[in-house]
Ligand binder design. Structure first.
Ligand SMILES: CC(C)(COP(=O)(O)OP(=O)(O)OC[C@H]1O[C@@H](n2cnc3c(N)ncnc32)[C@H](O)[C@@H]1OP(=O)(O)O)[C@@H](O)C(=O)NCCC(=O)NCCS
Length: 180
C-alpha cells in the first residue's frame, strides 16, 4: 500500500424466488460472493479493524482512513459479502490527473484467496481507464508474496525499489506499474 497524504511513510418467473447463482471456482475454492460498493463514513469502524488485522504496525489511523475515503481524486470501493452484508475487502485509487495510484487493497484474512483482491484491483483499473489515466502505479512490500502475486497476475511490472519505504518496519518497497 501507499502512504496516505498525511501519514507519511505509510430472469425470474413472477412470484418465484430469484435463483441463487453459484459463485465460480477460484483455484479449487469457491469464489467469495460479494458485491462492490463505494466506501462511506459508516464503514470506518470496520475499516479500522481490517487495517489493524491486515497491516499491523503499518495500519492507517482512523483519521487517515476518513480523509482517504473522501479525499480529492480518491476513489475507494468495498467488497460486501452478499449473504452477511459484512465488508470483507476494500481498495482505493488516487488519480492525479495523469496517472492512477493504487493506494491500498485488502481482503479480510478468512476470505483471502477467493478472488476478492483481484476483483477489487480490476475495479480500480477499470475506473482508472474511465478517468483517462495513462499508467497505474503502486508500491508493495518486497516480502509481500500474496500481494506481489496479485499485482503480477494483473500485469503490473516492477520498475524500482524504495529503501525503507515502510515505517516503522523499515522494509523496502517495489514500485510497480502497468498501462491503465
Ligand atoms: C494481497 C491481498 C489483498 C490479496 O487478496 P485476495 O482476496 O486473497 O486475492 P485473490 O484471492 O484475488 O488472489 C489474488 C492472487 O494472490 C494469490 N494469493 C492469495 N493469497 C495468497 C497467499 N497467501 N500466498 C500466495 N499467494 C496468494 C492468489 O493465488 C492469486 O494469484 P493467482 O491468480 O496467481 O492464483 C490479501 O492477501 C491481503 O489483504 N493481504 C494483506 C494486505 C496487503 O498486504 N495488501 C496489499 C498492500 S500493497
Amino acid at each position: 500500500m501507499t502512504s496516505p497524504a498525511d501519514d507519511a511513510p505509510h430472469g425470474t418467473a413472477p412470484g418465484a424466488a430469484a435463483p441463487e447463482a453459484a459463485a465460480p471456482e477460484v483455484a479449487g475454492r469457491r469464489a467469495a460472493d460479494v458485491v462492490l460498493r463505494p466506501l462511506v463514513a459508516a464503514d470506518l469502524d470496520v475499516l479500522e479493524d481490517l487495517e489493524e488485522a491486515l497491516f499491523g504496525a503499518g495500519a492507517w489511523s482512523r483519521t487517515s482512513l476518513a480523509e482517504e475515503i473522501t479525499g480529492p481524486g480518491r476513489w475507494y470501493v468495498g467488497a460486501q459479502d452478499r449473504a452477511s452484508g459484512e465488508l470483507v475487502g476494500y481498495a482505493g485509487l488516487w488519480f492525479d490527473g495523469y496517472d492512477g495510484q493504487v493506494m491500498t487493497v485488502g481482503t479480510r484474512p478468512d476470505v483471502q484467496g477467493r478472488g476478492v483482491g483481484r476483483m477489487l484491483l480490476d475495479a480500480l483499473l477499470a475506473h482508472a481507464r474511465e478517468l483517462g489515466a495513462g499508467d497505474v502505479l503502486l508500491e508493495v512490500r518486497v516480502d509481500n508474496e500474496p500481494a506481489l502475486r496479485l499485482y503480477e497476475g494483473a500485469g503490473f511490472e516492477r520498475f524500482g525499489r524504495r529503501k525503507g519505504y515502510y515505517q516503522p518496519e523499515n522494509v523496502d518497497a517495489w514500485t510497480m506499474r502497468r498501462r491503465a
